[in-house]
Design a protein around this ligand. Structure first.
Ligand code: GLN
Length: 490
């Protein structure tokens, strides 16, 4: 029984191309055909760059024939549409950038291209990455490949759905408060959020600059480790990118977790978590214990402050970052006669409701007279949250928890209730506030057949240990072999 090419993992595809069983052009064609077959149902892409992909695939075949072996040579991937791609429209899921063609490429994307990646297209996102369901995209919502009436999670919902629907071999997302891990868990794929500073943010359209980090959505942990290895490392264009050397993260995937200490935070196993989610996560932890890991209770006492702190810091930073979209330099311009009227109309028409809400919240939190009470206070509590994690990581190597309180919810279910939407982030935003790293790995399904994710959190620059644990668990289970039940249109 042979698999279709689009079904392969990156590692399987690299091996197949090395053995000359198929070319990068054939692999890319297979993915493009798959996109044609299922994209009407899933709607993962805002832009498909079919011609460019075939050109890049042909170039990859030429490089391979010349004896070159780059780490992603001929591998077709999707890129979240908040990452700049020179010559390819980058909308951020917003009307205000509907026709924006960046003059340069984000460092993370450029590193993948240099390593031979083939760009399939730009994936759907909540507008400026603000959201948890991809319903805040100004264009259309993406659907969950496991149940088309459900959301894929967000904000990197297009990237997660593309990987789950096998419309990309892997994809880049961004994670400001969970936007890689949450859609990964809802779509049953692996989602890796690196530590703050591990990957350059140059060319990522900024949302919350002290929280944003580029991450990977992949079919398995090994593929995620490979993509991170290629894109991580210092970049002179981003002074917050860490100078720490980049290991080959695949070397960390030993399968051995004996003696490793896993912390279980009581604050993450609380009332309100869907019982099937809690049960699946607890079973996953038992499986790690069977593999030789030890479990210890840990406490992260300031967890209940995380949501208000996050939504103050993120909106404050967003209000500053989005000031540049004023109808003058970038994107949509209403073309009004007076400058003030032009600002008002360009921003009024260009931004959607959630983005406006965030700008107003953030501007308020930063304004004179409220700054100390809100923004400054939030920064102080953020430090306490970080210290909770630092103390916990003195006792344990990783911390395990659910990724989200529930499995994927229905489209439209939370669109009228921003607070209910924000609550989906309660277990993921803490890591961004602390600047640490984490991964979501599939750990089961609920009774309705919707995927559940296990979150493994690690300290700053702890990617190796986090990937090692996730990989050992993944290899001991069979969840990655299940595929979303999409019907193929003839
Ligand atoms: N849902 C969170 C928000 O709306 C996180 C989004 C993200 O990580 N980009 O801010």
């Amino acid at each position: 029984m042979s698999k279709a090419l689009y079904e392969l993992t990156i590692h399987e595809a690299l091996e197949g191309m090395r053995r000359k069983e198929f070319s990068a052009v054939e692999l890319t064609r297979s993915l493009l055909e798959r996109i044609e077959q299922v994209e009407d149902q899933v709607k993962a892409y805002l832009t498909v760059t079919a011609d460019l992909a075939l050109e890049q695939a042909a170039a990859a075949d030429t490089r391979r024939r010349a004896g070159e072996e780059a780490p992603l040579l001929g591998i077709p991937m999707g890129i979240k549409d908040v990452l700049c791609t020179a010559g390819v429209r980058t909308t951020c899921g917003s009307r205000i950038l509907e026709n924006f063609i960046p003059p340069y490429t984000a460092t993370a994307v450029q590193r993948l291209l240099d390593a031979g990646m083939v760009l399939l297209g730009k994936t759907n996102t909540d507008e400026f990455a603000m959201g948890s369901s991809t319903e805040n995209s100004a264009y259309f919502p993406t659907r969950n490949p496991w149940a088309l009436d459900r959301v894929p999670g967000g904000s990197s919902g297009g990237s997660a759905a593309a990987v789950a629907a096998q419309e990309a071999m892997a994809a880049l997302g961004t994670d400001t408060g969970g936007s890689v891990r949450l859609p990964a868990s809802y779509c049953g794929v692996v989602g890796l959020k690196p530590s703050y500073g591990r990957v350059s943010r140059y060319g990522l359209v900024a949302y919350g600059s002290s929280l944003d980090q580029i991450g990977v959505l992949a079919k398995d942990v090994r593929d995620a480790a490979l993509v991170l290895t290629v894109m991580a490392g210092h970049d002179p264009h981003d002074s917050t990118s860490m100078p720490a050397p980049t290991p080959d993260y695949r070397a960390a995937l030993t399968g051995d977790v004996r003696g490793l200490r896993i912390g279980l935070p009581e604050e993450y196993f609380i009332v309100g978590v869907q019982p099937e989610v809690e049960a699946a996560v607890r079973r996953a932890i038992d499986a790690l214990v069977d593999l030789g890991a030890e479990v210890r209770p840990v406490s992260l006492p300031n967890t209940d402050q995380a949501l208000p702190v996050y939504y103050l810091v993120a909106t404050a930073e967003a209000s500053a970052n989005l000031a540049r979209f004023d109808g003058v330099r970038y994107g949509y311009s209403a073309g009004a006669d007076s400058i003030l009227e032009n600002y008002r109309l360009s921003r009024g028409r260009g931004f959607g409701a959630e983005v406006k809400r965030r700008i107003m919240l953030g501007t308020y939190a930063l304004s004179a007279g409220y700054y100390d009470a809100y923004y400054l206070k939030a920064q102080q509590v953020r430090t306490l949250i970080k210290q909770d994690f630092e103390r916990a990581f003195e006792q344990v190597d990783v911390i395990a928890s659910p990724v989200a309180p529930t499995t994927a919810f229905r489209l439209g279910e939370k669109t009228d209730d921003p607070l209910a939407m924000y609550l989906s982030d309660v277990f993921t935003i803490t890591l961004n506030l602390a600047g640490m790293c984490g991964v979501s790995v599939p750990c089961g399904f609920d009774r309705q057949g919707l995927p559940i994710g296990l979150q493994i959190m690690g300290p700053h620059l702890g990617e190796e240990i986090v990937l090692r644990v996730a990989h050992a668990y993944e290899q001991a289970t069979d969840w990655r072999r299940r595929q979303a039940p999409l019907s193929i249109e003839a």
